[in-house]
Design a protein around this ligand. Sequence first.
Ligand SMILES: Nc1ncnc2c1ncn2[C@@H]1O[C@H](COP(=O)(O)OP(=O)(O)OP(=O)(O)O)[C@@H](O)[C@H]1O
Ligand SMILES: [Mg+2]
Length: 240
Amino acid sequence: MSRAILKVENVDQRFAGLHALKRVNFELIEGEILGIIGPNGAGKSTLFNAIVGTVPPVSGAIHFKGRNIVGMPTHQIAQLGVAKTSQTVQVFDEMTALDNVAVAALLNSATVAAARSAAREELEFWGLEGHADTLAQDLPLAQRSLLELARAMMLHPQVLLVDEVMAGLNEVEVDDILDKLVRINRDRGVSLMVIEHNMRALMKISSQILALDYGAILTLGKPEEVSRHKQVIEAYLGVE
Ligand SMILES: Nc1ncnc2c1ncn2[C@@H]1O[C@H](COP(=O)(O)OP(=O)(O)OP(=O)(O)O)[C@@H](O)[C@H]1O
Ligand SMILES: [Mg+2]
């Protein structure tokens, strides 16, 4: 039987006059890749911020493996196993790729040497081993995106939230990231939620897609169902 690793219940978010999330309810099934779509300003990143606790929701509950994580500090939520990459790549520009990952690896390593060795292995997984000694600021966008994913993996997440990591990448780079996301899902047991404007890419890897619009869930279903959904086509794809 499939079970929910993350359960979002009646989550509301408000910013001044803006109702950014409206009683959002859904489950992330353990082992699945859930794609998230929606127009700009729909509340997608707000939903991720609510889950990882950077901007907790004003009401509602978010259960990770049965435990309500709303109100917990972000580092505790991360320690439990929920990690996120941000929409604008966040790496330490003046540190090397290796050190960027090693810093994150320190959380789960007994010694600095162990952290560096774990970081090297992780860089290899992402195809970044050739850039280990390159300063993050000197990496092209695609590699910076991969670096942020590598850092996030050092937290040993069970759930990873990926926010528009493919924006600005070419088709080859997108396919490479898709391949890596499928591998961390399938081979490393990480359940994923992936925000992406690139529908084609998202449909390739997602078992389900959730469409948000004006802070509310428009629909949640199989990719082929969602892509045929009338309101999704109107709201998101902008087709008559
Ligand atoms: N911390 C905040 N304070 C005030 N308003 C916010 C905050 N975070 C988000 N918002 C507002 O909430 C709404 C939803 O924003 P959000 O960033 O979640 O959209 P999104 O779906 O991720 O859009 P995009 O596709 O452009 O990234 C927007 O109107 C945004 O300005
Ligand atoms: Mg966003």
